[in-house]
Write a protein that binds this ligand. Structure first.
Ligand SMILES: *[C@@H]1O[C@H](CO)[C@@H](O)[C@H](O)[C@H]1NC(C)=O
Ligand SMILES: *[C@@H]1O[C@H](CO)[C@@H](O)[C@H](O)[C@H]1NC(C)=O
Ligand SMILES: *[C@@H]1O[C@H](CO)[C@@H](O)[C@H](O)[C@H]1NC(C)=O
Ligand SMILES: *[C@@H]1O[C@H](CO)[C@@H](O)[C@H](O)[C@H]1NC(C)=O
Ligand SMILES: *[C@@H]1O[C@H](CO)[C@@H](O)[C@H](O)[C@H]1NC(C)=O
Ligand SMILES: *[C@@H]1O[C@H](CO)[C@@H](O)[C@H](O)[C@H]1NC(C)=O
Length: 369
């Protein structure tokens, strides 16, 4: 989710894709051996690999020309192992209905348009959506590093997009577009951390529809409360956190929902600080997601990360690590089903739309337990 967007014009036209990019920085990269991806794996302290890269960037970790970032944690082996999570065969749609909110959060975003187009003996429909509404998969063009929010300082994963014009200009390119995630084959083991159930079990009251910082150490406690070992994650896992945001939103009446989407945006989430970034890096998640608007706390907390104030987890994850984020994941049915079986893990597939240059997408996410 992006809370301040600068442009009121819709720029992408969808025709041009093949502009030749100007030279980019020669990236320092690690020795990356696909048969042993974790040889020479940099610790959090080792990031970035070159001091000229932005805060805690993992540029070069998967090679200088890599476009998949953290999705590289998903391999044939991790997919095959994840299949063993299918035990009962029960499937869960993790996507909310597209118009579950009256309009996207952030008043500059346009509401969904859905038109029926009757034909002779058939019926079509046309949907126009801002991909930042309902359940969403944030791709690698969505959120750049920036020190001041000015597009002239934007920096994208692996330095592959030289400037903002190459995302939205007339001759925009498809580099780091959603098509790359669409072609990857995202099937993995999911891990649900149910923060809300943990808080409820301890009779702790909190309001997910207000600014509320969750710390990585608490997520670790949730995991242990669920009976997971402290080293619960495997490379390639997809993390889903149930913060309780959707459950709280579901309690609102229509007027309150209208007010919420147009309001300032104060929501629960993981705090953007050093502890969170280090914890996330160490888990080697392929994707992180949650039932809230931004995974991280909103407004972004901008604590100290890598010696710099003002970074969000969106900046470090999306443009630093090439890590996609899932937002508004609907785990309201999945969570109790897992709990009933004393489980925290499941099989999950995610299939973004295949659109050259796309920035975000409905995730078409499904869990099977
Ligand atoms: C993974 O499977 C694909 C085919 O789906 C194959 O092309 C590729 O070589 C496999 N990778 C490894 C490391 O075995
Ligand atoms: C953004 O930066 C550019 C280049 O430094 C500058 O010309 C422009 O005025 C800045 N825009 C804003 C809104 O500060
Ligand atoms: C877009 O690309 C075309 C063909 O390369 C070029 O003629 C044109 O000047 C470019 N337009 C802009 C705005 O850069
Ligand atoms: C939470 O409240 C319930 C009902 O008041 C009580 O039975 C339970 O012991 C409390 N649990 C804790 C951990 O305090
Ligand atoms: C997790 O920790 C346990 C006990 O400390 C250890 O036996 C196991 O090998 C560890 N697993 C991984 C994947 O590191
Ligand atoms: C919605 O809830 C608010 C209280 O938060 C109340 O003041 C308002 O009357 C309710 N509106 C409707 C239509 O029920």
């Amino acid at each position: 989710m992006l809370l301040s967007i600068r442009s009121t014009a819709l720029l992408a036209i969808g025709l041009s894709t093949a502009t030749v990019l100007p030279d980019r920085k020669r990236l320092v990269s690690r020795q990356y051996d696909t048969s042993n991806p974790y040889a020479n794996w940099p610790s959090y302290a080792d990031l970035p690999l070159d001091s000229s890269y932005p805060t805690k960037a993992a540029w070069g970790v998967w090679g200088a020309d890599d476009v998949h970032g953290a999705l590289n944690h998903i391999t044939n082996d991790t997919r095959r192992q994840a299949a063993s999570e299918i035990q009962t065969g029960k499937a869960f749609n993790l996507n909310l209905e597209l118009s579950f909110m009256p309009r996207p959060i952030n008043g500059e975003r346009r509401p969904l348009v859905h038109l029926f187009q009757p034909g002779d003996g058939y019926t079509d429909d046309v949907m126009t959506i801002n991909t930042q509404m309902s359940t969403q998969f944030d791709g690698l063009r969505h959120f750049a590093y920036s020190t001041d929010g000015n597009s002239s300082t934007y920096q994208y994963y692996n330095d592959l997009i030289p400037d903002y014009d190459h995302v939205v200009g007339w001759n925009y390119t498809s580099v780091l577009g959603i098509q790359q995630a669409a072609e990857k084959g995202i099937a993995a083991r999911g891990v649900l951390l149910d923060y809300k159930a943990w808080m409820d079990a301890r009779n702790q009251t909190y309001n997910p529809l207000s600014t509320w910082s969750v710390h990585a150490s608490e997520l670790q406690q949730v995991a242990e409360w669920q009976g997971l070992p402290s080293n619960f994650s495997r490379p390639g896992d997809i993390l889903v956190v149930r913060f309780g945001w959707l459950a709280a939103y579901g309690q609102l009446n229509e007027t309150e929902k209208q007010e919420l989407v147009l309001g300032p945006g104060n929501y629960i989430g993981l705090i953007a600080n050093e502890e969170s970034a280090e914890w996330l890096w160490n888990q080697k998640f392929a994707i992180v997601g949650a039932d809230n608007p931004a995974f991280e706390e909103v407004p972004f907390s901008h604590e100290l990360i890598g010696g710099v104030y003002g970074r969000s987890l969106h900046q470090v994850m999306i443009s630093g690590w090439g890590q996609n984020i899932l937002e508004f994941i609907d785990c309201e049915k999945l969570a109790p089903a897992l709990r009933a079986q004393g489980r925290s893990t499941f099989f999950i597939t995610v299939q973004p739309v295949n659109k050259n240059g796309g920035i975000a997408s409905p995730p078409n996410a499904m869990a099977i337990i």
